[in-house]
Every structure is written in C-alpha cells, then in structure tokens.
Write a protein that binds this ligand. Structure first.
Ligand SMILES: Cc1cc2nc3c(=O)[nH]c(=O)nc-3n(C[C@H](O)[C@H](O)[C@H](O)COP(=O)(O)OP(=O)(O)OC[C@H]3O[C@@H](n4cnc5c(N)ncnc54)[C@H](O)[C@@H]3O)c2cc1C
Length: 370
C-alpha cells in the first residue's frame, strides 16, 4: 500500500471547502483541494449578506454571535492577501414591509437575547435620516454587525492564503473516491492521490459521491442580479427586505434572491431578473433609477430538513468527513462550521448537536428511504 500524498484532501472549492482547507492547513495538515472547473456551485454567487437576523421575523440564526466572530477571524486571516476587504462591515438595514412586520422585528429585539448593540429599532424618520438612499416608511431593524460579502473577493483571498501556506489547489471534471483501510484513494481525471482524510464539501455536487447517498438533502434554485450604478454614494449599509441589496463596493450591488423549489434548469432567467429589479426599486428607488449595467446569475443551494448544516464523520468509513447543507446562509455559517469540523478532525472535539451529521443517521427524517 502506497504512502499518503496529503494529510487531508478537500473535495469542493466553495466557501465550505476553502474555509475547511484553510483551518486544516493552518493546523499543520498538508492539504489539497480538488474542485470542479470554475463556475459550479452556489459559491459562484457574486455577493450576499451575512445576516444574523433572518427571515420575515428576523429570527436569530444558529450561533449567530460565533458565526460573526468566525467571519471576523477569516477576514483578518485573508485580508492582507488582497486589496481591500471582501468582508464589508457596514451593517444591514431591514426596513419593515408592514406594521405587522415592524412588530415582529421589535419582538425579535426583545425575545432573542441579542448581544448589546447588535440590533436596534429605528423609526421611519431616524432610518431615513441615517440612510437617505433606503426606503423605510414603516421603520427598520438596524443590525450594525451584519456583513456584506464580496464572495469572489473572499474566495480568491482564501485561495491566495492557502497557496501561501503550502496547500495545492486542483481543478478536475470528474473525481471518484475509493475507501482504503488507513488511506483512501482519490482519482481525479487521470491523476491519483492518497490521503487518510477526505473532506467532502461539494455543495449540490454531493450526488457525485455515492458514499453520502442515504442522506436527505433538498435543492433550491436561487437567482440574483448584479448591477452597477452611477451618481450615488454607497448608501452606508446593505438592505434586507423582501429580498436583499448587498452593496459590495465600487458602485456595485447584488440584488437577491429567489427561492425556486421546483425548476427545470439551473440557468438564470431575464423574467426573474426583472422581478428582482422590481424589488430593488422598492428598497432603494433613487439608486434603482441609476443602474447602468445588469447581469443575472443563478445557483443551487443544498439544504437540510432542519435548515442547519450537516457536518461530521461518515457513519461507517473512518477518515471520510462531510461539510454540506449550508442552504441560504452559507456565507454566515460555513466559516464557523469549518472551524468546528477542523477542531473535530484534529482534536476529536465534539460537534454541536444542531449541526452534527449524527442527527442524520439517528433520525429517519434525515435519511432517504430505500
Ligand atoms: C441566489 C443565491 C443567493 C444566496 N445568497 C446568500 C446570502 O446572501 N447569504 C448567505 O449566507 N448565503 C447565500 N446563499 C447561499 C450560499 O451561496 C451557500 O450556502 C454557499 O455557497 C454554500 O457553500 P458550499 O461551499 O457548501 O457549496 P457551494 O457553494 O455549492 O460550492 C460547492 C463547490 O464544490 C464544487 N463541486 C461540485 N461538485 C464537485 C465534485 N463532484 N467534486 C469536487 N468539487 C465539486 C463546486 O465547483 C463548488 O466549488 C445564496 C445562494 C444562492 C443560490
């Protein structure tokens, strides 16, 4: 039996894969990353929000404080590898669409036990005074810790850091994994690699790996519009209302997003793009009148039955690990999930139950019936 080529091989090239690889490489594991050729996966998203108060009622997301702290660490770790930060800390304004939603937002401030200074209710006049380019007729929830992510910039910063630390990044059309006693074999196109640890992080490409076939994931298509605008400054925040407007810098905004539970292809459509631009007009009417160029992008989110990530070791094969199912909150949750998985691999630290893959194979709800 041949020796290992790497201490760990990570399959995937999105935010889950790259943050996991970064954590492992930083802990001293010689790590290789094997992605598909560019463009695949939800991490092709041009930008989005790390929003700890999600949904119509501004619910507190899973371990939101720890997630934001993890993103801060990631930004520090990768920030000097690129010009300007891709993790933009300017806060998120959530204008209420109705008085009922305003009540729900105020309730979120009261009942969710937010850290001091994490959420604040702004009456309409105050919101307009502070953020004149955003429409907030019924008041708004202000989340100063919310982040805007220039995702291509962040991923390229992580790749640069990985290369600097000695990781190797590959891109292959087809990869197969064969289980071994102590060391597993990865065959990618015509290359062969060996490692005792294989981390599967291929997003919706998880179907390419029969090892995880029994796990029940769902797929939700989503679309965004990326637009440039002229003649206005950055509004000083990003916006999450019915959809979001992520102002990713250099006069560009990403307007998202749709949730398409049934779909016939994974392409972006002009009609859906127009619908998103209609939402943007309601959020930022002045800037909406100054858009100069628009492009459409669509991707597939991999979700779990309880909308929490699926992280941990395979139920049968030692050395196989999975980090997947980030759904619509991968920008917020993946960096923390990656830290926790790397600690689990390195020191055997127990994963939090809410994200532990063990909940999949202990409960029928999470497994496909055969
Ligand atoms: C329209 C839209 C808007 C979104 N907006 C937000 C937002 O504002 N905030 C937020 O937090 N989240 C948002 N998300 C969700 C976020 O994009 C995902 O949660 C996140 O990208 C998941 O990351 P991932 O690395 O797990 O998977 P992916 O991003 O899907 O990455 C998978 C990677 O694996 C690679 N791959 C695929 N198959 C294979 C294979 N067989 N072998 C090796 N590699 C493979 C792909 O090339 C890709 O690099 C949005 C998603 C969509 C679609």
């Amino acid at each position: 039996m041949g020796a290992a080529d790497y201490d760990a091989i990570v399959l995937g090239g999105g935010i889950s894969a790259l943050t996991t690889a970064l954590q492992l490489q930083t802990k001293g594991y010689a790590t290789a990353i094997i992605d598909k050729p560019a463009g695949a996966g939800a991490s092709g998203l041009p930008g989005g929000l790390a929003n700890p108060a999600y949904g119509r009622e501004a619910k507190k997301s899973w371990q939101s404080e720890a997630c934001i702290e993890s993103l801060n660490r990631l930004s520090e770790l990768t920030g000097d590898e690129q010009s300007g930060s891709a993790v933009i800390k300017k806060g998120i304004l959530r204008p209420a669409a109705s008085s009922a939603q305003a009540d729900a937002f105020k309730n979120s401030i009261r009942v969710n036990g937010w850290k001091q200074g994490w959420t604040e209710w702004l009456e309409s006049g105050e919101a307009t005074e502070r953020f004149p380019l955003v429409q907030a007729k019924t008041g708004a929830l202000w989340i100063p810790v919310g982040m805007t992510i220039d995702l291509p910039g962040l991923l390229s910063g992580i790749r640069a850091k990985l290369t600097h630390l000695g990781s190797t990044l590959f891109s292959f059309e087809k990869t197969e994994v064969y289980e071994g006693a102590d060391c597993h074999t990865v065959i990618s196109d015509d290359r062969e690699f060996r490692s005792p640890r294989i981390i599967f992080a291929p997003g919706s490409g998880i179907d390419d790996y029969p090892q995880w076939a029994p796990l029940k994931f769902n797929r939700v298509k989503g679309q965004v519009v990326v637009a440039a605008y002229n003649g206005f400054p950055d509004p000083g925040c990003s916006v999450a209302s019915s959809g979001y407007a992520a102002f990713i810098g250099r006069n560009r905004v990403v307007v998202g997003s749709t949730y398409e539970h049934t779909y016939h292809n994974s392409e972006a459509s002009v009609d859906t793009g127009m619908e998103l631009l209609g939402r943007f007009r309601k959020m930022c009417p002045q800037i909406a009148g100054a858009l100069t160029r628009t492009e459409y992008w669509a991707g597939i989110r991999l979700t779990t039955p309880d909308r929490k990530p699926c992280v941990g070791g395979h139920w049968k094969t030692r050395g196989f690990f999975c980090i997947a199912g980030m759904g619509s909150r991968g920008l917020l949750m993946a960096p923390l999930a990656a830290e926790l998985l790397a600690d689990h691999i390195h020191s055997g630290t127990k994963l939090p139950e809410e994200i532990d893959i063990a909940r999949f194979y202990r409960t029928r709800r999470f497994m496909k019936m055969t």
